[in-house]
Write a protein that binds this ligand. Structure first.
Ligand SMILES: C[S@@+](CC[C@H](N)C(=O)[O-])C[C@H]1O[C@@H](n2cnc3c(N)ncnc32)[C@H](O)[C@@H]1O
Length: 238
């Protein structure tokens, strides 16, 4: 990874602070609403356990927490993010949807979790881990806090394998998305940065091996929508 990109990742929450007010609307528009389908996929991959305690890392404006709250298997969801402004947008959403009994959103760093060992049943991260300055450390932290048999579900943007789809993808992600995103968010290069983080981040087997190296078992990855996103799954050894 280039040193300048890694330096920006250390402070990526500042970018998200600046684009928080337009983040949700732009997400829906730029992904043509597919992001909703990707987040809902998490519900189909929950562990078959009841009374679960879930943590959503890089929770942003709380969209994953809202989706997880639909599950009767989950008792509580705590979202953690480094961006105060993203959390503020999320807190309003949680209140408007009457989910404050089940969902809390707090400031927190995904590479240094405040939870005790073996206390969380499910950890999710959607479109967040490629922004972490140290994803390996975060994966080890997640492994530490999960209960034996607990599960990690990570959704991340990835590069499609099919040549033709990849060409269309590059045109959209390198030119269309950054232009519209930067203009509408009013940020000089937030969406150019976001695209760079996707192209720079390991995907498929390469990222799965990071999950394995952090101590997870029963790992798998499933490309979603031609591989524009990928869902990774891992479990903590019993
Ligand atoms: C692209 S947003 C994803 C938000 C949300 N998960 C979603 O699905 O829309 C990435 C988020 O990662 C957060 N982030 C970056 N580094 C972080 C870290 N070390 N710990 C916690 N959150 C972090 C940013 O502040 C930002 O809100």
């Amino acid at each position: 990874m280039s040193t300048s990109l890694n330096a920006r990742k250390k402070e990526s929450y500042k970018i998200f602070d600046e684009i928080a007010s337009t983040y949700d609307g732009l997400n829906k528009f730029l992904s043509l609403g597919i992001d909703i389908y990707w987040r809902n996929k998490l519900l189909k991959n929950l562990p078959s356990k009841t009374n679960m305690k879930a943590v959503d890392l890089a929770c942003g404006t709380g969209d994953v927490a809202v989706v997880l709250a639909k599950s009767k298997l989950i008792d509580s969801i705590e979202g953690l993010d480094l961006s105060k402004e993203m959390i503020n947008v999320g807190l309003k959403k949680i209140k408007d949807k009457n989910l404050t009994d089940k969902v809390s959103l707090n400031l927190g760093d995904a590479t240094c979790l405040p939870h005790n060992d073996g206390t969380i049943d499910l950890v999710t991260i959607s479109f967040g881990i490629r922004n972490f300055s140290n994803p390996d450390l975060s994966l080890r932290e997640i492994n530490r806090v999960l209960t034996p048999g607990g599960r990690i579900l990570i959704t991340e943007l990835t590069i499609p394998q099919n040549f033709l789809i990849r060409m269309v993808y590059f045109f959209y992600f390198r030119f269309v998305l950054p232009t519209i995103g930067n203009i509408v968010s009013g940020h000089r290069d937030a969406y150019t940065y976001l695209n760079k983080t996707v192209e720079d981040f390991p995907c498929g087997e390469k990222f799965e091996s990071k999950i394995i190296n952090a101590g997870f078992i029963n790992t798998s990855f499933t490309p979603l929508t031609f591989g524009i996103a990928t869902l990774y799954i891992g479990e903590k050894a019993p």
